[in-house]
Design a protein around this ligand. Structure first.
Ligand SMILES: NC(=O)c1ccc[n+]([C@@H]2O[C@H](COP(=O)([O-])OP(=O)(O)OC[C@H]3O[C@@H](n4cnc5c(N)ncnc54)[C@H](O)[C@@H]3O)[C@@H](O)[C@H]2O)c1
Length: 275
């Protein structure tokens, strides 16, 4: 896919990976709709990028944990990107995500519901409002940020493990269902990235999970991840692994599930101790 001139949407663009993706796509010549709950972050990003190329970025503050939020985002983005004969939405990047949640005994129903809504349903809701237009055009590119936790597991967080697996499953299913009708799909599955999500040790207890991520391997900068993503999208590759070793871990998991589970329990005991 050619990013120059493409109409793109990035959710969760107020910081971290989303901010880096929006900057990377913009630098490649894309028009970008940046969205987030955090209005300050996207407003300053849009102002900065619009100073480089006027009317190239639109910021929309929206909560994508509801179907209505996703419907609004797709409608506003379509309007902005189609104005002055632009190409409409060519690439939709469902990147916003939430951590939170730990073990069964200490995770609330609200934490499970929020993780399901943001990490999974938002992808499905966005595609629900994108798919008819894309099928009519015979093209469209859906990219999602899942996680290495969606291929392996997230020690220390049930909601994160389950919802990120579901995000990978949804992306695979869209590719299988619509790939022959011009719909491209990529799924980003990083391990540690130096963002607020990894740095914050908030009240949710997600700090245990982020300690495991730090112990598991190298922590990349968001800009490094964005470079890998831009290259993968140019090549229209499904699985995007900024940490290439994740592919080897996945193969080990598939080859010997019992051994892999025992190894993961050992890692949990080493980093989290008795929980
Ligand atoms: N940082 C890592 O180590 C890591 C590793 C693997 C995957 N990821 C995934 O990368 C993605 C981006 O996260 P990040 O690491 O840049 O962290 P981040 O916290 O900097 O970014 C997440 C963004 O999503 C936004 N967001 C959350 N809920 C929202 C909602 N309901 N509506 C709109 N926006 C909402 C937040 O405001 C925030 O700006 C997430 O999906 C995350 O799960 C992160």
């Amino acid at each position: 896919m050619e990013l120059n001139g493409a109409g793109t949407v990035v959710t969760g663009a107020a910081g971290g990976i989303g901010d880096a993706l929006a900057r990377r796509f913009h630098a490649a010549g894309a028009r970008v709709v940046v969205s987030d709950l955090n209005s300050e972050g996207i407003a300053s990003l849009a102002a900065e990028l619009n100073a480089v190329r006027p009317n190239s970025v639109h910021a929309l503050t929206v909560d994508i944990s509801s179907e209505e939020g996703n419907r609004e985002l797709v409608a506003v983005a379509r309007h902005f990107l189609e104005s002055d004969d632009g190409p409409g939405i060519s690439l939709y990047f469902a990147n916003a995500g939430v951590g939170g949640g730990t073990f069964l005994e200490s995770t609330s129903e609200e934490q499970w519901e929020l993780a399901m809504a943001v990490n999974l349903h938002a992808h499905r809701w966005a595609m629900k409002y994108l798919i008819s237009d894309w099928l009519a055009r015979g093209r469209g590119y859906f990219c999602s940020t899942a996680s290495a936790a969606g291929l392996l597991s997230q020690i220390g967080s049930g909601p994160y493990s389950v919802t990120k697996h579901a995000a990978v499953a949804f992306a695979e299913w869209v590719s299988i269902s619509y790939g022959d009708r011009g719909i491209k799909v990529s799924c980003l599955c990083p391990q540690g990235v130096n963002t607020n999500m990894l740095r914050q040790s908030d009240d949710s207890g997600f700090a245990g999970a982020t300690n495991v991520v730090r112990a598991a391997g190298v922590v990349l900068e968001p800009t490094e991840v964005a470079d890998v993503v831009a290259e993968a999208i140019a090549q229209e590759r499904f699985l995007i692994l900024p940490h290439p070793e994740v592919s080897e871990y996945e193969q080990r998991k598939a080859a010997d599930r019992e051994r892999w589970l025992a190894g993961m329990r050992k890692l949990q005991a080493r980093v989290l101790g008795g929980h």
